[in-house]
Structure formats: C-alpha cells, structure tokens
Design a protein around this ligand. Structure first.
Ligand code: NIG
Ligand code: FE
Length: 443
C-alpha cells in the first residue's frame, strides 16, 4: 500500500469533488433481478459530487451541483475542492462479511489440503478455526487491535468504508466479549465503520467437542451464557451461526438464532457453504437479513429465498467467491440463479485466516465476474447498495444520494468496468468517509 489512512480525515464543512469521468451513484432501492445490473450511471461530461457536513448534498453535472450549493444558501468558499482527475466515482464499498479480528495465520493448511484433506477434516482434528481460537485467546488486546488496524488500513486502501466484523475466535464468554469490545473500539477510532456481529457458534471449542452430546451442550452454553452477556453489554447488532453439516445443524442454529432474536439481535447466517444443510431455508424461515456463502444451497433453499424477496422482505444472498476460490473448490454459488429468481445478491470478502485471507473487495468483484458470471455493474451493486441492505443500512450508506452519509471512492480508472478488470491492482485513489478525505494514494 502506498498511501496513508488518516483516522480523522481532512477537516472542513464542505467537500466538492470535481472532474470525474463517470459516477455510479447506485441510487434507489435494493437491486434484484434485472435491476442488479443497474448502477444508475452518470457519464460523459464534467461531473461532481458535493458533500456538506458529512452528508451528500448533490451529485451530477458540475454546473448543476454548483447551482444547488448556491440555491441551498451554502458558502462555496467553505467547500474544499478535490480534483478527481478523470477518475470514476462510486459509493464507499461495504464489506458485509468479515472475520476481522484474529491472531495468527494458517498458511500451513494449504499443504494439508493439497494432500487431500477437506476444510472440515482439518477442523475435525482440532485445527482450522480451532487453531485460530487458541491463538486468539492467547493474544493480548494490543496485539488484536494492532492486527485489526493493519487490516483495516488495507481494506480502506481498497475502497472499503464500512465493514461488518464478527467475533467467533473466542468461543467462551470472556473472549467473545473481548472481541466485540475491540471491534467497538476500532469502529470508534475509524476511519472504517464497523458493524459488530456475535458468532459464538462458529465451531465447537476443544472443551466441549470430545464428549458425547458436546455440540448440544455448547449450543446450550451459547444460549444460556454467551448471548445474554453479549446482549446485556449492547456490543453486537447481529448474531450469526456457522450452519453446516458437521458443524451446527439447522436445528441447533435455529435454537441459537431464536434466542438471539429474543435478545433483540438481528440475524445472519453462514449457510450451505460446503453442502446443502438447510441454511437457506432457515434464513428464510427466521427472516435473516442475509444468508452468506450459499455455494451449495438446495433447490428448496433457493425457492425459499426467492419467496422472501417476492414478499418484500428479501434475505440478501451474500456470496463469498474468494472463499470458494481459495479453498480450490471449483464450485461456486449459483449467482445467476439467485438473480434470475429475484434474490438480491451481495458480495463480501469473508476476510479470515483460514479460507479467505483477502482485504480487497475489488478482487472479490473480479472473482465474482469471472467465476460467478456477474457483470461489473452487478458486482458493484453487490458491494455497495445490496451490501448496505444486507447490514440493514440501506437508508444510510451504499449509494451517492442527497442526505446519505458521504462515503465515496475516486478510482484511478475512467470506467466502472475497469475496476474489476485490473486484477488485484491498487486502484482506489482518494477515499472520502463522512465527507472527509480519509485516504489519498501517493502518486
Ligand atoms: O466463513 N466457514 C466458517 N467460517 C469462515 C472460516 C473461518 C476460518 O476458517 O477461520 C468462513 O469461511
Ligand atoms: Fe465467514
């Protein structure tokens, strides 16, 4: 990374970004069906975005934007000018699924998998997620914060202005609470906004796994001890469960998510990543905001998700193609089927040390285009407006519309299509969050 994040941003009440070659505003509702590919594009002239006191004030042709500033009675000289130099502007990207906080790395599992072991085989022998749990429990707050800060700096440099962040490498009351506290601290520090998710049911920890009925006992512990402690402290907005054959069954997941809803948490779920496990069906049944992974949903699961969208309460299909790719699965979520069925699709990194060590949503968009067959505009909807809706924040972020939080990325390319085209490139040039410049790449 060749730029520096600026935690507090560059001050000023107004910001006027001018000289863009195109703007994907992503304005309007959640994208599903044919609308998934609608970027609400403005192009072909002198374009600008005006921000005032952290909110979008106006977007469009430069002269119109100027007129609007004057019409609102705002002082033009209080607007800091930023030249987009012919770059393309999108909303700040939203990463709706990350396991941000962990200690240690797991590159050794590559070799183990190359010798034929499956992802869940590694977990079953006490490795995988459980090796990260051991390292995370042993790490100090300062170590975890330093890792989180370093990763957030790179996520920001790749255009991410808001990210969901899960606990789930503690698997005991004290460490789960500690992780959620640290996520809250990093959110307050900025510059990336964080949405905290409690994932106590990420795996069955060593203390429970080797005894008969251990998984059910751990589920009871999550419901009886972890969830109430998390809810009491008000440090999570969501509850998530790894619903997968061999991890937590749909029944066990239902128990946890029901209890979470009773505590006032909103719901999301790791669903049908490796095998059809009833996860998509459960997401529809419980009204989860998002069902994630979905590389192996059942037919009934796809239909159940489609019905939620038809009923006007869509479960967003948050697909994580970097994970399938990194695990060498050669088997990806049926994104086109979801779009054809009218299910809104989001894309996220799934950032974690085991299955998706990436900090780049543009790279995930590239994999989405190549392996899921998405168009660049569909992929952009998936990391902006639909990802915002997957976090329940569709009215606040995810598009460039007057009144919304002023989160923008100026890309060093002239078109939307070139964002996923330049694989793994450092394309984000300037990043604005809440109307302030929080990142500028050095030339
Ligand atoms: O979403 N599948 C479960 N959880 C993560 C992986 C976590 C890990 O392997 O550490 C995921 O891929
Ligand atoms: Fe995950």
């Amino acid at each position: 990374m060749s730029g520096e994040p600026r935690p507090n941003g560059t001050a000023g009440r107004g910001l006027l970004v001018e000289g863009a070659s195109g703007i994907a505003t992503m304005a309007g509702p959640i994208r599903r069906g044919g609308a998934q590919g609608n970027a609400d594009l403005i192009s072909g002239g002198a374009l600008a975005v005006a921000c005032w006191e952290g909110r979008i004030l106006a977007v469009g042709w430069s002269d119109e934007v100027h007129r609007q500033i004057v019409a609102e009675g705002l002082p033009l000289d209080e607007f800091r000018r930023l030249d987009a130099h012919g770059g393309f502007i999108t909303p700040g990207l939203v990463d709706a699924h990350t396991h941000l906080l962990f200690a240690g790395t797991r590159e050794g599992e590559w070799q183990v998998r190359a010798r034929g072991a499956g992802y869940l085989d590694v977990l079953a022998t006490g490795g995988g997620i459980l090796s990260t749990v051991a390292a995370t429990r042993a790490a100090s707050d300062e170590e975890l914060l330093a890792g989180g800060r370093a990763r957030l700096a790179q996520m920001l440099a790749n255009g991410t202005t808001t990210a969901e962040a899960k606990s789930g490498y503690g698997l005991d009351v004290a460490t789960e609470i500690r992780l959620l506290d640290l996520i809250g601290r990093l959110d307050r520090e900025g510059p990336v906004g964080l949405i905290p998710t409690f994932l106590g049911a990420h795996a069955v920890p060593a203390e429970y796994r080797d005894r008969p009925g251990g998984t059910d006992e751990y589920v009871a512990h999550v419901v009886r001890d972890q969830l109430p402690a998390v809810a009491r402290q008000g440090i999570a907005l969501f509850c998530d469960v790894f619903c997968e054959q061999g991890v937590f069954s749909a029944d066990q997941s239902r128990r946890i998510l029901h209890a979470a809803a009773d505590h006032g948490l909103a719901l999301r779920i790791h669903a049908d990543e490796l095998a059809p496990s009833g996860g998509a069906e459960l997401a529809a049944e419980l009204g989860c905001l998002s069902a994630d992974h979905l590389a192996a949903p059942s037919e009934a699961g796809i239909e159940a998700l489609a019905r939620t969208a038809q009923a006007g309460h869509p479960v967003v299909a948050t697909l994580l193609p970097a994970t399938s790719w990194f695990l060498g699965k050669h088997h990806f979520a049926p994104a086109r089927r979801f779009i054809d069925a009218g299910v809104p699709v989001a894309l996220a990194t799934d950032l974690n040390p085991g299955t998706s060590p990436t900090l780049s949503l543009p790279l995930v968009m590239s994999i989405g285009c190549v392996e899921l067959g998405l168009t660049p505009a569909e992929a952009l909807s998936a990391v902006t407006i639909n990802a915002a809706h997957a976090l329940g924040l569709g009215a606040e972020i995810g598009s460039i519309e007057p009144g919304k939080q002023a989160d923008l990325v100026v890309w060093g390319v002239p078109t939307l299509e070139q964002i996923p085209y330049w694989l793994g490139a450092d394309l984000a040039r300037t990043i604005v969050r809440r109307g302030r410049v929080v990142f500028e790449r050095r030339a």
